[in-house]
Design a protein around this ligand. Sequence first.
Ligand code: NAD
Ligand code: UDP
Length: 385
Amino acid sequence: MASRMDLDGRPIDAITICMIGGGGFIGSHLCERLMHDTQHTVMAVDVYSDKIEHLLQPGQPWSNRIQFHRINIKHDPRLEGLIKMADLTINLAAICTPADYNTRPLDTIYSNFIDALPVVKYCSENNKRLIHFSTCEVYGKTIGSFLPKDHPLRQDPAFYVLKEDESPCIFGPIEKQRWSYACAKQLIERLIYAEGAENGLDFTIVRPFNWIGPRMDFIPGIDGPSEGVPRVLACFSNGLLRGEPLKLVDGGQSQRTFVYIKDAIEAVLRMIENPSRANGHIFNVGNPNNEVTVRQLAELMTELYSKISGKPPLENPTIDISSKEFYGEGYDDSDKRIPDMTIIKQQLDWEPQTSLSDLLEFTLTYQHKTYSHAVKQAMSQSTAS
Ligand code: NAD
Ligand code: UDP
């Protein structure tokens, strides 16, 4: 492989990366990209490995560059040794599905704050670089959401665009336990930032804005618990695969911007390979051009899935449900998420490429190929019994 160049035209040295949470959705895509297109070595740490099993098979050209360590970072003394051996640690480990934030708030806070503390400490004490995955949810609600519904300033970007170095973090009251995740992520960001300021930790913080694509979460009853509630892509995929209406929480009026996982992984690769441009920064990574309401997302996915599967859509493809019924007590929502892209464009010259309809078409094609047979079988078994 010809030597790769960084954004300043310097050859990139191969490094060793300790990737915690490397067996998850984002981790699996990042491992794949690192194996296919670079010479870096990955020590993937996770409790699960099914999403990277295809990379761990012996006899692959990258076999000597990837190892899997089945470690729960909550209580495993091997973690510090792995961080010491690596040049860079990437921490992706988290409980990060909204259905858990209000129903398992303690696990959520421990996972996103307490369990991340030793990772930050080991990086700081051993002078190792850290890329930490936070979330766009640290912004919480937009300033505009507090204006009356038809107020003209709601249309003014100053009232909704989310900027890393300017926007406040606006969460709901404590009894809205939805915000336990955002608050824990915010505090670990502040701690990392303080380690940078007081102890010279080289850090980069990533705030993903709804990255989606193949291998995200699970299909309930197929490769995850039947009663489990994954994030919206998998919830809607599940409904489409089963021919059931898609549930719109509180009318599906919240807005999101979705970015294709492969575009987002390019941004992370640039962070990995351009430390002098990425260190000390917090980056929004999203696609401001791909904004829809959740209702529009459901409509678009229904139309695309019908084309992919060859089956006509249901007469009533969506159904409204209250957040209390869907998520339980203590749920709340982010109203709108438009990332400002100035800092990532300036530092890493990165821009997202893939349109919403293209990324949904790629992803739904994968979902159909991967799951339609198993869903059909599971449904026929449950009607037979
Ligand atoms: P994911 O759930 O697919 O991946 C997280 C991985 O961490 C899982 O494989 C899980 O097994 C592992 N993990 C959790 N606790 C662990 C522990 N104690 N020890 C070892 N491994 C553990 O989620 P993802 O979408 O890949 O998200 C990765 C990171 O990005 C998370 O920090 C999440 O908060 C953040 N994030 C993602 C998105 C998105 O759009 N996908 C949005 C916002 C933030
Ligand atoms: N949502 C929905 N139906 C579902 C799952 C999610 O209407 O079956 C909504 C949810 O209330 C939120 C949005 O879709 O407004 C995105 O939810 P997701 O779980 O993907 O995570 P979030 O973007 O809120 O972190």
